[in-house]
Write a protein that binds this ligand. Structure first.
Ligand code: GLY
Length: 393
């Protein structure tokens, strides 16, 4: 009897949450009919919607963290350069930046304190791909992925093999762990392993994170740093940068590069180096890339799904939303579980139309999600469409 009651309760609850999820999903789908959601919880001044942005060539897009670097890619496209040169040039700027903790030098490390990088590239005109995964000590994995594409007959190299290949190609080893990332790793260790936190007898016992910080830091910096440490420890980021470009002729290339999920198990590979998940380019159709929880994207082959949806005539934004619907479907629309992660897709078609969509309408801090676009005038941020209203991540 008890079993029956429990099962009945479970089935009723599941049916109820599926129905509620489906209603919410359906609401999201209808609201996005024009390719971009029309209402936004907190619109940023000066932001454009993807629907308002006209198709034009050349054009280059990336996740929002590439905004300041897009001009470099556009310069190459304007001069008639190759689209792969353009996208790799953009992400190299971000990989080199110690202040971007999501990629390259300064990326957040794995659980052993080692920075492990993943990247992929695709060149539309020659229909080739290259990727590296779990690459240590080399700050520009997108460039290494490009050499896998150009100088081998393989598509992906991983771990020590990828490192040996990179060194053979002339890349130099360096310590990728910046002081800030090292502190964040220590803060995470202190939060998860008793032995790595100040003991009961320490004055820093109550404020374990504060105990890691240099007491000589000015108060304001200390506060900002400890706030950030708490954030990345409680919510391990999966920041990444995809960059996609189409030139005047309609040739397309893309790259996605990342340090992956912070505090991951050594050897964990996300979606960024997986062709058809974190990146997909088809020179006849367009390109797609992603940021956010890679595991969820891999399960729906998001990049490939988006390109195929565009092939069938969907706009880039609609195609991104369709991939997100499949992710939500994997959880029967259960918003409690879906709220544990964020996922964003970015897409560009051969005509130069672009779009992006996020699983949730806002980041956990309430800020709306955006992506970066340069279509010849200036690089700017454009609002993402979204599937579910609320904060995720
Ligand atoms: N999207 C980056 C990762 O999950 O590794």
């Amino acid at each position: 009897m008890e079993n029956w009651t429990r099962r009945k309760f479970f089935v009723t609850t599941l049916a109820g949450s599926m129905a509620a999820g489906a209603r919410k999903l359906f609401a999201g789908i209808r609201a996005n009919d024009n390719g971009a959601h029309s209402t936004h919880p907190q619109r940023l001044p000066g932001l454009q919607t993807a629907a308002a942005a006209k198709a034009t060539r050349p054009v280059i897009i990336s996740s929002a963290n590439g905004l300041r670097a897009l001009e470099r890619g556009m310069e190459i496209l304007r001069k008639g350069g190759d689209t792969l040169d353009a996208v790799v040039a953009v992400v190299t700027v971000v990989e080199d930046d110690p202040n971007d903790n999501s990629v390259g030098y300064g990326g957040l490390p794995n659980e052993d304190g080692e920075v492990e990088l993943d990247a992929s590239v695709m060149h539309g005109p020659t229909r080739r791909a290259g990727a590296v995964a779990s690459l240590r000590y080399i700050k520009n994995p997108a460039q290494v992925a490009r050499l896998v594409l150009e100088r081998t007959n393989h598509v992906m190299l991983v771990g020590p093999g990828a490192l040996r290949f990179a060194e053979a190609q002339g890349f130099e080893r360096m310590n990728l762990l910046t002081e800030k990332s090292r502190l964040a790793w220590l803060a995470w260790k202190a939060s998860t392993a008793e032995n790595w936190a100040p003991g009961l007898d320490s004055p820093a016992w109550k404020e374990r994170v504060a105990g890691l910080l240099d007491p000589k830091l000015p108060e304001e910096e200390r506060l900002a740093l400890s706030e950030w440490l708490r954030e990345v420890v409680a919510h391990p980021p999966t920041g990444t940068i995809p960059c996609l470009a189409v030139n005047e002729k309609g040739d397309i290339s893309g790259t996605t590069t990342t340090s992956g999920l912070a505090w991951k198990i050594a050897g964990r590979v996300g979606d960024s180096p997986i062709i058809g998940a974190g990146l997909c380019v088809d020179n006849d159709v367009g390109a797609a890339g992603s940021t956010g929880r890679g595991e969820e994207n891999i399960k729906v082959s998001g990049g490939h799904t988006i390109v195929e949806m565009m092939r069938k005539g969907m706009s880039p934004t609609e195609a991104c939303l369709e991939a997100l619907r499949r992710v939500a479907r994997n959880y029967n629309g259960d918003q409690t579980r879906l709220s544990k992660f964020h996922l964003l897709y970015y897409a560009l078609n051969k005509a130069g139309a672009h779009g992006a969509a996020s699983l949730w309408s806002a980041e956990r801090n309430g800020r709306p999600l955006t992506y970066a676009v340069h279509d010849g005038t200036a690089a700017r941020l454009v609002e993402c469409a979204w599937l579910l209203e609320g904060r995720g991540g």
